[in-house]
Design a binder for this molecule. Structure first.
Ligand SMILES: NC(=O)c1ccc[n+]([C@@H]2O[C@H](COP(=O)([O-])OP(=O)(O)OC[C@H]3O[C@@H](n4cnc5c(N)ncnc54)[C@H](O)[C@@H]3O)[C@@H](O)[C@H]2O)c1
Ligand SMILES: O=C(O)C(=O)C[C@]1(C(=O)O)C=C[C@@H](O)C=C1
Length: 372
């Protein structure tokens, strides 16, 4: 039997393990410094076996995936360069930055496996094995960053495996290029979200209404600020060059709009928002999107009385419309507010919209707005 070893059984490593277990014939073994995570992953069937010993974990592995924070991944690579790996073994990672780790692997001449950098463009602000999801990478881009001299057959072998296992969209690009692009659409937004949360938190220390009034806008924009600090520390340290450049551009962007506000320049302020609106609406379609998950979702306003949520789910269940996922949006205090409903396909979503609207529920579907 062929084997994959996943080093780091957290959100991404654990989700990848579940993909491999569900959709390939590989034996999946895990390595983690946390015995609790390994025990949980083994008992939940996420991995076949857990190890705290690296040599045992990678023994006879055909594929090894590093799924730990970026700086820890460099340390594991150093250790792996002293461990004989199976002939033909492919070593990859899932880290959010690529230039540094690819260069690091490339200069480890003793490394007995081919290294191909990887980064699934999907994730969450949650971390740990408890947050794993075998559908996490579905339809998301999964970037591989082979070097010009990486054998094509190895890239294909890895790409084929990941394509089947994750159902993601495999693409290749140069590591530096990856870091510039992902710096702009992932790393910079995390800095902005966290900076905004810290700024408002300072105000809130003196007046608690800041947090209490925080509604949809603030919460939507800052969800990602709840992500793992060590992971993000490592990402920023690893992609410093690109991020510093992006932050300069961001500061210039903010100075531009600040000036327009200071001068009460209505035309310029409107143009700032108009450009953003057009660009935001031009992002790839959400349902078959790249960086965002394919979702058949809608939002339903529900009144604030006991049983209101049950009434919505009963209406749909009575009409054989299965809800795949349901959540209460946290955008209003002391109020049930808005229900987010997710369906398995478009047909179910359309049927749900019809049923709910026939009962006078207010249903909002972003894609319907974009289509119309
Ligand atoms: N979270 C995301 O949204 C996301 C998305 C794509 C890629 N990534 C990348 O995936 C990697 C893992 O992130 P995650 O979100 O799964 O983190 P996580 O915190 O959920 O999981 C990391 C796991 O690695 C283990 N670990 C940490 N250091 C270790 C070490 N030195 N030796 C052994 N085990 C160690 C931890 O115990 C934990 O189980 C990071 O490099 C991150 O940049 C994250
Ligand atoms: O959805 C989220 O919470 C994420 O932060 C996911 C996200 C992103 O920025 O889009 C975070 C880091 C990754 O390397 C890839 C994806």
């Amino acid at each position: 039997m062929k084997k994959a070893a996943i080093l780091g059984i957290g959100l991404i490593g654990g989700s990848l393990a579940r993909c491999l277990k569900e959709r390939t014939n590989l034996i999946v073994e895990g390595f983690d410094s946390s015995k609790e995570s390994l025990a949980l992953a083994t008992s939940a069937g996420i991995i076949d076996r857990g190890h705290t010993d690296l040599t045992q974990a990678v023994a006879e592995a055909d594929f090894v995936f590093l799924a730990v924070p970026v700086q820890a991944a460099k340390g594991l690579l150093d250790q792996l360069s002293h461990i004989p790996l199976k002939k033909g073994c492919i070593l990859s990672d899932v880290g959010s930055t690529k230039e540094e780790i690819v260069a690091h692997a490339n200069q480890l001449k003793e490394l007995s496996a081919i290294f191909i950098g990887g980064h699934p463009m999907a994730g969450s602000h949650r971390s740990g094995v408890q947050a794993t999801n075998p559908l996490l990478f579905e339809n998301a881009y999964y970037v591989l960053t082979p070097l010009p001299d990486t054998p094509t057959s190895d890239v294909e072998r890895l790409s084929d495996l990941l394509s089947v296992a994750t159902r993601g969209k495999l693409v290749t690009m140069a590591p530096e290029y990856h870091d510039q692009v992902v710096g702009a659409i992932s790393h910079l937004p995390h800095i902005i979200a966290s900076g905004l949360v810290n700024q408002v938190s300072r105000y809130n220390d003196k007046n608690e209404w800041f947090h209490r009034l925080a509604a949809g806008g603030f919460r939507d924009l800052t969800r990602i600020a709840a992500a793992h600090p060590i992971m993000w520390r490592d990402i920023l340290l690893s992609n410093r060059k690109a991020i510093l450049h992006l932050m300069d551009d961001w500061i210039a962007e903010m100075e531009g709009v600040r000036e327009a506000i200071a001068e009460a320049n209505a035309e310029e302020i409107q143009s700032f928002f108009t450009r953003a609106k057009i660009s935001r609406e031009g992002l790839p379609e959400r349902r078959f999107k790249g960086m965002l998950h394919p979702l058949y979702e809608c939002y339903v306003d529900v009144p604030d009385y006991p049983g209101a949520i049950a009434a919505v789910s009963k209406l749909l269940a009575d009409n054989e419309v299965n809800i795949q996922n349901i959540g209460v949006m946290e955008n209003r205090e002391d109020c049930a507010g808005v229900l987010r409903l997710v369906f398995v396909d478009e047909e179910k979503l359309i049927r749900a919209r019809e049923l709910l609207r026939a009962k006078q529920y207010y249903v909002f579907d972003l894609d319907e707005q974009e289509e119309g």
